[in-house]
Design a protein around this ligand. Structure first.
Ligand SMILES: Nc1ncnc2c1ncn2[C@@H]1O[C@H](COP(=O)(O)OP(=O)(O)OP(=O)(O)O)[C@@H](O)[C@H]1O
Ligand SMILES: [Mg+2]
Length: 460
């Protein structure tokens, strides 16, 4: 996959790696050239000093130097030095005869440098012409390459070391700069990943780089449109569910009336089925309405306020105790004060769905308990029953819309057992929990067998 970071880094680092050797070569040349010139100049100074020892008497040229002066001039700390003085006729006046090669002619006061070999040493030879008598005497002075090689080695080490250091630091800085500049993409990425499809939030990271501003603006526009269309869909569902209530209740009323009227036994079963189907449809449309309302959250009915979970649950006690009596269920409440920020009508809806499931699936003779309390920074609401429980492999899926556990769906397919459910109850609970920043989870019940569903809210 194409990586912006990689192409930026390649675009920066490859040219740097190409330029760096060229820069290093120039740097090496700049160090070595003056140093070599300096060493050559020293050789020139020696030649000039030696020239002073050439004497001319009555047309006879001679070279006289004391051993001390010779030592003084020709002793070097690292290199070996040699010299040769030739008279205008080419006879050696003093020095090392072997320096005669290569034969060269120089004008008076002219310098020439040549490379040569003497006693197996490579030599740098300076040939200097100095006027003597009627002609030109040659002073040849030679030196081994030790100093020169040392200069080269030092320059090489310095250049390579400097280039490596410079290269590494520059590459490090480039990597950091590219990373820093692209960090905003990671932020954008994290923002996208954190998006909740029910509640898209616009990107407000600061500061936005100029280059990304159009992208982020377009992105925000898209989010805004999605939000709008999601809201419109929810509104449509809510409206349809609301509009269906009247025809559905008249359908049910008519079915009930028909059942009360004398009717042929052949149609009795049909009327019963019709009545139940109207019931189911009414319940489904009520559920869709509450799901849409919970999804719309803030526009939902009722106010958001500080409430005590205990008072909210207390509102359900009377109605559900009556139902428990009818269905022979042992319903108990263990309520402690727990202050949370909530929308009471949504909360009641959620608890009612949990109780509905407990009654439905645990069935007659079972024990159902509602608990609430505070522990640490969380407020808990548990609805527990000692029914068949939800198999662990279904735990994740039962929260999905229109999902019913396999057993339930099978059992209720049987026409004799009227199926009321459509798999929306827990989805509504999950949506309401999400609206409250609460966690909805299935725990193992205190009594061992059964179902315990817990909503844990941030406590105030
Ligand atoms: N207390 C419970 N005991 C056993 N199984 C449960 C319990 N609560 C939920 N379930 C399982 O989870 C599934 C999903 O529950 P949910 O309330 O979402 O849908 P439903 O009860 O089937 O239909 P609806 O609630 O829409 O009438 C149920 O079909 C059932 O299998
Ligand atoms: Mg249910």
């Amino acid at each position: 996959m194409h990586s912006l970071k990689r192409s930026l880094l390649i675009g920066l680092i490859v040219p740097l790696l190409l330029i760096l050797p060229a820069v290093a070569a120039i740097q090496y040349w700049l160090i070595v050239t003056p140093a070599k010139a300096e060493i050559d100049a020293q050789l020139g100074d020696f030649a000039l000093a030696l020239a002073r020892f050439i004497h001319e008497e009555g047309g006879m040229v001679s070279f006289k130097i004391t051993a001390q002066a010779e030592r003084l001039l020709l002793t070097d700390q690292s290199d070996k030095e040699y010299f040769l003085v030739l008279d205008p006729a080419g006879r050696a006046l003093a020095g090392d005869e072997a320096l005669r090669d290569p034969p060269l002619r120089v004008a008076p006061d002219e310098w020439q440098f040549v490379d040569g070999v003497l006693h197996h040493h490579r030599l740098r030879i300076l040939v200097f012409g100095t006027p003597c008598g009627a002609g030109v005497c040659q002073i040849r002075i030679a030196e081994t390459f030790i100093k020169r090689n040392q200069v080269r080695t030092d320059a090489l080490i310095a250049t390579i070391g400097y280039s490596l250091l410079f290269g590494l630091i520059t590459i490090g800085v480039m990597v950091l700069a590219v990373r820093r500049s692209l960090a905003v993409l990671n932020q954008l990425n994290a923002h996208l990943l954190a998006q909740n499809p029910h509640e898209l939030s616009l990107w407000q990271g600061e500061p936005i780089p100029k280059e990304l501003a159009p992208l982020i603006a377009a992105w925000n526009q898209l989010l805004f449109k999605l939000q709008e269309s999601h809201r419109a869909q929810q509104q449509l569902i809510a409206d349809v569910a609301h509009q269906m209530r009247t025809p559905l209740s008249s359908l049910k009323m008519e079915a009930e009336l028909a059942l009360l009227e004398p009717h042929p036994p052949a149609v009795h079963q049909a009327l019963e089925n019709l009545n139940r189907a109207a019931d189911r449809a009414a319940r489904l449309s009520a559920q869709l309405l509450s799901l849409a309302r919970a999804d719309q959250g803030l526009q939902a009915v009722g106010q958001w306020q500080m409430v005590d979970l205990k008072t909210v649950v207390a509102e359900l006690v009377e109605e559900w105790s009556r139902r428990a009596l009818v269905q022979s269920i042992d319903l108990g409440f263990e309520l402690e004060s727990a202050l949370i920020y909530a929308n009471p009508s949504l909360l009641i809806e959620a608890i009612a769905n949990l109780l509905d499931n407990a009654f439905e699936y645990a069935g007659a003779g079972s024990v159902v308990t509602v608990r609430c309390r505070v522990a640490g920074y969380r407020a808990f609401l548990d609805v527990e029953d000692n029914g068949p429980g939800i198999p662990a492999e279904e735990h994740a899926r039962v929260w999905e819309r229109f999902y019913r556990a396999a057993d339930t769906a099978d059992a209720h397919k049987d026409a004799s057992h009227a199926s009321r459910g459509s798999g929306l109850g827990l989805a509504i609970v999950a949506e309401i929990a999400r609206r409250h920043n609460a966690v909805a989870e299935i725990l193992s019940p205190q009594t061992g067998q059964g179902t315990r569903i817990r909503l844990s809210f941030p406590a105030v």
